[in-house]
Design a protein around this ligand. Sequence first.
Ligand code: HOZ
Length: 432
Amino acid sequence: MSATRVYSQSQKLINLAKQYIPGGVNSPVRSFNGVGGTPVFFSHAKGAYLYDEDGNEYLDYVGSWGPMILGHQHPEVISALHTAIDKALSFGAPTKLEVDIAQKICTLMPSIEMVRMQNSGTEATMTAIRLARGYTGRNLLIKFEGCYHGHSDSLLIKAGSGALTFGQTSSAGVPEELAKHTLCLPYNDINALSEAFAKHGAEIAGVIIEPVAGNMGCVPPVPGFLQTLRDLCTQHRAVLIFDEVMTGFRVDLGGAQAYYDIQPDLTTLGKVIGGGMPVGALGGKKEIMSYLAPLGPVYQAGTLSGNPIAMTAGLTTLKQVTQPNFYQNLKTTTQALAEGLLSAAERTHTPLQVYHVPGMVSLFFSDKAIRNLDDVKASNTEKFNAFFHGMLNKGIYLPPSAYETWFVSCMHTEAEIQKTLAIVEQVFKDIG
Ligand code: HOZ
């Protein structure tokens, strides 16, 4: 059994942070309120590893919640950023870089004919639903329980991620008049979906979905679910929005839409396309995107949208992921991790469900298959919390919530996976 790690600098910093920042953090899940204990304050990172303010090393399965698919401090990204910083930090005016990244995204994701860069996934999804409403002239939006699409008003209803971690899946401060325009359905329930369209078809502006749910843990779609959704949207002229902020350029070069071969009308992106810098994007069919200002009547703007530093990190990252076998390798690594987790569970008689797609994996302490938010909520989160701390104390940094996905980068080699699995098995034994 390894010695308990010291977190004295992190403890000092969170005490100080709480005086100046609500909860001491700039995003709720980071507070560790979901799992208990002291949030770790990090100082630097390299490849698949993180280093905290106390000098502890961790193997990282958060990857900044998705962007760090190349691992931390990838030499090509860092070198491109140094060059970019020497030229300018921001213009608030067009640059060639914006054209280059737009062209690259449109080439790699054929459902995207035009793309608007923004600063976060939240902005992208907020704009997507405004655009769907402006384009169709309808108000009703469908989302799915446990799917998280950022923190704008219409989307914080039965959401996953941080909100779910704290047991309040909907937020205070969202007017009822607005919330009534969002209809929330269970994920992976084809019947509920068909019924909703039968009842409300002519009122539905759009449907927004994480094609692989990644904010209630990783919950992939059941066969036929996304295809039914595509067919119903087409039939009722509703805009199908794939929120690929997490899955875009992660599960496949063409995102989840390529992985499952389903074309949405609009796609939101973020994380990987920013390479670690703050970026979001909304793309889709030219006919719909042309409703955005300055071409059309749906307004959206941003001072730092298309910022040259962020575009450089994103473009350089996209060039790296187009290298041969990148996604095949990521798939192999993730699969080895997922299979290893299940084997460790079997050997230690731990009731466990594991779900994965390339680059994303989740475990649930449950003996029942997980298909939706109710299943996720019925899993044993107390056991997850004990597991989380057992792993943390042995140098494996997992998302500090039972409801967040683990992210794998190309810097997680066979050695990292085997190291993780050995520790997992020990921790399963320790927590019983
Ligand atoms: N709940 C967010 C990820 N799904 C956390 C983001 C953050 O804390 O940075």
